[in-house]
Design a protein around this ligand. Sequence first.
Ligand SMILES: *Cc1c(COP(=O)(O)O)cnc(C)c1O
Length: 396
Amino acid sequence: MSWNQRIQQALHERQQQQLWRQRALLGDVQQTHTLRNGQPVLNFCANDYLGLAACGADDLAHAAQRWAMGSGASHLVCGHSSAHHELEQALAAHCGYERALLFSTGFMANLGTIAALAGRSDEVLQDKLNHASLLDGALLSRARLSRYRHADYHHLQQLLGVPANGERLIVSDSIFSMDGDLADVRRLSELSSEHNALLMIDDAHGFGVLGSTPNTEPAAGQGVRAHFGLSPQQLPLYVGTLGKALGGFGAFVAGSADLIDYLIQFARPYIYTTALPPALAEAMLANLKRLQQGDRQRQLQANIRYFRRRAASLGLSLMPSESAIQPLLIGDSGSALQLSEQLLQRGLWVSAIRPPTVPAGSARLRITLSAAHRQSDIDFLLNALAELLPVQEASA
Ligand SMILES: *Cc1c(COP(=O)(O)O)cnc(C)c1O
């Protein structure tokens, strides 16, 4: 088969299976009320949990006055500016770690960290529903990849019971991106210390959101470590992203000084890539201060509680999620897609998530909530869903 034929066949199959993916054009700032392909919609699919993506225009403009556009090189050559350095220090302090290291994206942070740490004789143990970048990181490392059933820590314990040759790395999402549930990170921490494994948690959806109990010191939104009350030694390897709750772009790994030095030496997606624009790093610092105030986390928690209470009273069957990610399981890809289309006709933007992003037969509507949603926005969505979906067993 020629390349052309292979490409055409793959495209054809995608369409046949109702799995065709396409991008919608956003015609406005990332806000809850925005323009999608020119049509006004209420957005329920962003990862902008605190509404910070629409903030910071002045900070960015101000930072651009100083730094202009680019960093000019990778961090190790001559791209590491004082703006990057300050942001790293602020992130480390915020999350309670000795040091932090900026990466261009969370995808690269995960690839780089796992592949730098694990090698051929090692084993990487991962939750089956971990983010694609974590799984790809393990493949890139050439270590043995063992996947345990989702949140099944007995299964993980069994796998850990088999003697290993090299070292072991246990890796999990904190909040799972397509299900919204939270890993038992305390249990993972106990298992990792019992078995001399290193624990790495990808807190993409928890950083900035979790650990936000009112009046916590020093600041809200420290992430999953604070949520479980673990020490940095109990959760030695932490990944956070700047593109979700922080409303910007980029990512970081936090840990001990030695660990960060090690990544600077050996993480190839850190070494061989251009540093983030320094103006962006400086502007992210301003968003971090906004995030630390805590009022946005409290609003988000109130929105989540309101959504779940009202959804349950309308008979919608929710998944067991306390996070901003509130999926409605539909099943087949065609129905999920159709529902998402019907919602769009009413001005509601909710993404249909289909295989291979989620397991076959578990297509869903992935509703994400933000502190920027108003109660009337949530009512509008729920009333539309109640009309469109056959009423299911109440699951309050
Ligand atoms: C979004 C996400 C990433 C990737 O982060 P980016 O900065 O967007 O590349 C990694 N892990 C998880 C769990 C995510 O949800």
